[in-house]
Design a binder for this molecule. Structure first.
Ligand code: PLP
Length: 433
């Protein structure tokens, strides 16, 4: 907990002026209120803002479809046939992977299922899945249904780790110990990179090592981690991972998701998978033989099923270029400062009013602070809304605030903290005097 007095408004504004990464804010459309005034948007962990050039990305594809029709596959400005290949390098840089390890396809939960089809291979002694709690509903449904689909009982098969009594977040050592304890029953360990609710960033490296030691496949849901923290999926030995691109990666609602498969599985033709033509070797993909045999193309691209959704993929061009230009390392450094500033502002108001659920160590969290409101949480929600500040409320009492490094500012955090302080000290809800 920091006891320093947080920066005042002038210093916050100066911080924005001094930080060269502040200029990336200009690359995004900021949502506005009815009077056209920009809102303060702290919901980038739910739906990222639109890059200004995303409009052109999508328009170009609509135009090529209009003007070229089927010819667009080969002769479009960005030909559709190899469209996904153009994101190999940038996608790999974003998550600390090799180009052969990354592909963009489908949507997040779909990718989890496709990857689990290959990496969750239970038998009668090892059929359990160890995961972090609280789980995001979609992940919980996906895990339960995988267990059932293989003929086991989800009640028995799910090992969901909970923080210790009276604590908000999982201790690293407890996670490792749980893996040790259940090692002979586990068919898979499936964690979030960053937990959606608490904002806790897990110790992926050591969880990965421990899983490898026991020969347990290790998968990650990176919904709240990709584009947020600096991942090293290749070096950390993760077997597989999936993430959406509409949160921190700013590609728009329901946009195409990412998938990672470690290089050590790249040439494994024997591994069971749910296949489709786009995962097949491109040289023979279109073969209309009587009885074609599937030949997986190497790496993550071999897990593709269908041809890619071009309109949903187009904004990746803008988005991934912005990440490349800013650099994920530099963004992460800025993100730590922004989140640290937010933390110090909340601490300064005091834990009688607001308690921080998210870990205190900056390496154990991303661009998010989850705040437990001690008093009237709905009064705070109303006051934030009235002040034009967009946050995410998780009933009954938690507000999630995500100051994203690409477009939020120190000044916005200062203004947000002003509303928190006002509500904390106001005897009646603001506006209700
Ligand atoms: C956002 C999110 C999802 C959403 O899944 P979709 O398949 O994209 O609808 C799933 N899991 C987690 C942990 C998330 O944060």
């Amino acid at each position: 907990m920091s006891n320093d007095t947080p920066m005042n408004l002038q210093d916050a504004i100066q911080c924005d002026i001094d930080d060269p990464l502040s200029r990336f804010r200009e690359r995004f459309h900021l949502p506005t209120d009815e009077d056209g005034k920009p809102l303060i948007y702290f919901c980038g962990n739910s739906l990222g803002l639109m890059p200004r050039t995303a409009f052109d990305d999508v328009t170009a594809e609509l135009e090529d479809w209009r003007d070229l029709a089927v010819e667009g596959h080969l002769n479009g400005r960005r030909p559709w046939l190899p469209y996904h290949e153009s994101f190999r390098q940038q996608g790999a840089r974003l998550v600390g992977a090799l180009p052969v390890e990354v592909v963009f396809m489908n949507t997040l939960t779909t990718n989890l299922h496709l990857l689990m089809a290959s990496f969750y291979r239970p038998d009668s002694t090892r059929f359990k899945i160890l995961s972090d709690g609280p789980g995001f509903p979609s992940d919980t449904y996906a895990l339960q249904s995988q267990i059932r689909w293989h003929g086991f009982d989800p009640q028995e098969g799910m090992v969901v780790l909970k923080p210790r009594e009276g604590e908000n977040i999982l201790r690293d050592e407890d996670v490792l110990e749980a893996i040790d304890q259940h090692r002979d029953e586990l068919a898979m360990v499936m964690f979030s990179g960053v937990n959606y609710f608490t904002g806790q960033a897990y110790d992926i490296q050591n969880i990965g090592k421990r899983c490898q030691k026991h020969g347990i496949p290790f998968g990650l849901d990176l919904a709240h981690a990709a584009g947020n923290i600096d991942l090293q999926l290749h070096d950390h030995g993760v077997d597989f991972a999936a993430w959406c691109t509409y949160k921190y990666i700013n590609c728009g609602p329901g946009s195409v998701a990412g998938a990672f498969v470690h290089q050590r599985h790249a040439d494994d033709q024997e591994r069971v998978r749910l296949a489709g033509w786009w995962g097949n070797d491109p040289a023979t993909r279109f073969r209309m033989d009587e009885n074609p045999q599937f030949v997986a193309q190497p790496g993550a691209e071999g897990w593709q099923v269908s041809n890619p959704p071009i309109f949903s993929m187009a904004p990746l061009h803008s988005s991934l270029s912005i990440f490349d230009e800013a650099g994920i390392g530099a963004l992460r450094a800025r993100s730590k400062k922004l989140t640290g500033y937010l933390e110090s502002c909340i601490d300064a108001i005091g834990s009688d009013h607001y308690q921080i659920v998210t870990p205190r160590e900056e390496d154990r969290r991303g661009a998010q602070i989850s705040i437990r409101v001690v008093g009237d949480a709905s009064a705070l929600q109303e006051a934030l809304q009235a002040a034009g500040i967009v946050t995410d409320f998780r009933p009954p009492d938690v507000v999630r605030v995500a100051p994203t490094a690409l477009y939020n500012s120190f000044e916005e955090i200062h203004r947000f903290a002003g509303v928190l302080a006002q509500v904390a000290t106001s005897p009646t809800p603001p506006g209700g005097d």
